[in-house]
Design a protein around this ligand. Sequence first.
Ligand SMILES: Cc1cc2nc3c(=O)[nH]c(=O)nc-3n(C[C@H](O)[C@H](O)[C@H](O)COP(=O)(O)O)c2cc1C
Length: 169
Amino acid sequence: MEVETAIRSRRTHKAFRPLPLPRDQVDQLLELARWAPNHNLTNPWRFRVLGPRALERLKLAAGPESAPKLDRAPTLVVCSCVVSGDPVQDEEDLHATACAAYIVLLAAHGRGLAGYWRTPEVLRTDAGRAAVGLGEGERFVSLIHLGEPVQERPAPARAPAPETATYLD
Ligand SMILES: Cc1cc2nc3c(=O)[nH]c(=O)nc-3n(C[C@H](O)[C@H](O)[C@H](O)COP(=O)(O)O)c2cc1C
C-alpha cells in the first residue's frame, strides 16, 4: 500500500475476527517498529505480546466489568517505554515510543490487518501492571490490539491542516 494512502486510511478498529496473528507476522510488525526515530538511539520501546495466561491475569486485574473488553482482539501487545529518570530523555523517549506504536498500527494496516491503540485503566493500576510484568522502570504507552478486521471503519472528522499549522515569518 502506498504510504500516503496507508496514513489516511488506517482506522481504529474495535471488532476483530477471532484468529490471532501468526507469530512471524507479529515479529515483522515489531521489527518495523524499531525503525522509529529516537534521539541518541536509546531504543526505549518495549513490547510484550500477551499469551493466554498473561491475558487471564490482566482480566483478573481489570475486574468483571472491564475484563470482557480485553477479549475484543485476538492479539494484544503491551507497548511501554523505558524510563531513565532524566526528564528530557524520558520525554523524548516517550515520543519515540509513540512513533514505534504507530508504526505497528500502520504496518498492520498495510498488511490488511486491523489495529487499535487502547489505553485501558487497568494498565494504570499496580495490579494490571504486575499482570503483564511492567516494572517501575517502564511507562505504559499502549495496549495495541491487532487482528483481522470485521468491517471497514468510517474516518472520524479531522481538523483541516491550516487550523493546526502556522507559517511564521
Ligand atoms: C495515546 C492514544 C490513546 C488512545 N486511547 C484510546 C482508548 O483508550 N480508547 C479508545 O477508544 N481509543 C483510543 N485511542 C484511539 C483514538 O480514539 C483514535 O485514534 C481516534 O478516535 C481517531 O480515530 P482513527 O484512529 O480511526 O483515525 C487512543 C489513541 C492514542 C493516540
